[in-house]
Structures are given as structure tokens and as C-alpha cells.
Design a protein around this ligand. Structure first.
Ligand code: CA
Length: 230
């Protein structure tokens, strides 16, 4: 699956140049021309990395960065700073940006930074704990149970594996292909409908109202996003 990069930048020419080069490097590229649109896309489209300009219409890059981190979005953020924005650069790092690059920058350097941050992002995925609490729910991975509303629900081993994966990647889109690879492995390849059936059963155990999911969201055309504890 292609890694997705969101460019939040108000210089259209810079966007189109970057888009061309990043797509050539096999990344999927989406973009936003102002801070508000950027924040919305960062939250809804689950990019793997964000290139964030500082001086932006509607909402500046520093506010976008702050709001993303406040919402527990851990996506790597590389700020694009202009000369003379040294102070903003420091503030950006304090607000949770991972890196910055000063315009005008070399494409080679930007690509190297992007690759490094995407690699780091993958390494830092947290392992699932033996018990995971959020709101009034407890998932017990050792005893294969969910406790919710004073009720106890048994989990199958497949459901436990799916939940472990969701918890490790919470807040991010998990594709059906990821689940197939990680949980079923390459040998047994069930249909994606099989996965959807397992998710349906999980929702019944996890959600007050399985038709209005609060924790396992469907992301159209992509997969699922688990938001328990976020
Ligand atoms: Ca700008």
C-alpha cells in the first residue's frame, strides 16, 4: 500500500512540484491550501506524514501542529519554514513537529527526511498491552474478554488478534489488507467480507450501539480506524 503524504502549503507551484516528485517516488499525495483545510484532511485522511508550511491562510502551521498533537495525532510532521522564521521553527518543534526544512530546500534532502520519518513512524508502533482500558471498557487480551457496562463478552482468538492490531495502530487507518497480512498470514486468504463479519461481531461486543460505532470506524474504501482511548 502506498504511503500517503499530506502537503499543507499555500504556494500552489510548490505543491504541484512536490506532488510530481513525490508521486514519482511512489507516494500518494494529497494537499491543502490553508490551515483549516489542512487540519481537516490531517484528521480525516490519515496521512502517514505531513509537510506543514508555517505561514498559511485561515490557520497558521503552528496552530495546525498544536491542534493535531492535542488530538493525539502522532503522524510525523515536517515543517516547511522560510528564511527568517527561525523562531517559529523552534516553537514548532516545541509544539510537537518532528523536523523542519528551510525553503528553498533540495528535493533530495526532503526525500531523505521523509523516508527517515516514515521509517521511524513504523518502528515506534506501540505493542499492545495485556489489558487495555478506555472509557468504561476493559479489553483483557490474556483471558480473551471484554468488560463493558458490567457485562462480560468472550472474544475469539481472531478477535483478540484484530483488537491487538487496532490498539497498536489506534487512531490510524488499518486496511483490510493489513489485517489479512498480520492476522491470517499469507497462506490462508479469506475474503475481505470475512474480515467485515469479524468486525461486525466485535462491534456488537464493544459498542453500545453497533450501528453507530464510537470506537471502530469504517473508512470508506480503505479499512477501519480504531479510536478507543483517543
Ligand atoms: Ca506560506
Amino acid at each position: 500500500m502506498k504511503e500517503k503524504i499530506l502537503i499543507i502549503e499555500d504556494e500552489k507551484e510548490l505543491i504541484s512540484g512536490l506532488k510530481l516528485n513525490l508521486e514519482f517516488e511512489s507516494y500518494e499525495v494529497i494537499s491543502a491550501l490553508d490551515g483549516e483545510e489542512g487540519l481537516t484532511k490531517a484528521l480525516k485522511e490519515a496521512p502517514d506524514l505531513i509537510l506543514l508550511d508555517i505561514m498559511l491562510p485561515k490557520k497558521d502551521g503552528l496552530d495546525v501542529c498544536r491542534e493535531l498533537r492535542q488530538q493525539n495525532v502522532t503522524t510525523p510532521i515536517i515543517m516547511l519554514t522560510a528564511k527568517g522564521e527561525e523562531v517559529d521553527k523552534v516553537v514548532g518543534l516545541e509544539l510537537g513537529a518532528d523536523d523542519y526544512i528551510t525553503k528553498p530546500f533540495s528535493l533530495k534532502e526532503l526525500l531523505a527526511r521523509i523516508k527517515a520519518h516514515l521509517r521511524r513512524g513504523k518502528r515506534e508502533k506501540k505493542a499492545a498491552p495485556s489489558v487495555y482500558h478506555f472509557n468504561d471498557i476493559e479489553i483483557d487480551f490474556i483471558h480473551f474478554k471484554i468488560f463493558r457496562d458490567g457485562k462480560e463478552f468472550d472474544l475469539t482468538s481472531l478477535e483478540v488478534e484484530i483488537l491487538k492490531h487496532f490498539v497498536a495502530y489506534r487512531g490510524e487507518v488499518v486496511s483490510r489488507e493489513d489485517l489479512l497480512d498480520q492476522i491470517w498470514g499469507h497462506e490462508k486468504y479469506p475474503s475481505t467480507r470475512t474480515i467485515d463479519n469479524h468486525i461486525l461481531k466485535l462491534r456488537k461486543k464493544l459498542e453500545d450501539d453497533p450501528t453507530k460505532s464510537k470506537y471502530i470506524f469504517s473508512v470508506y474504501g480503505e479499512g477501519y480506524r480504531f479510536m478507543g482511548g483517543l
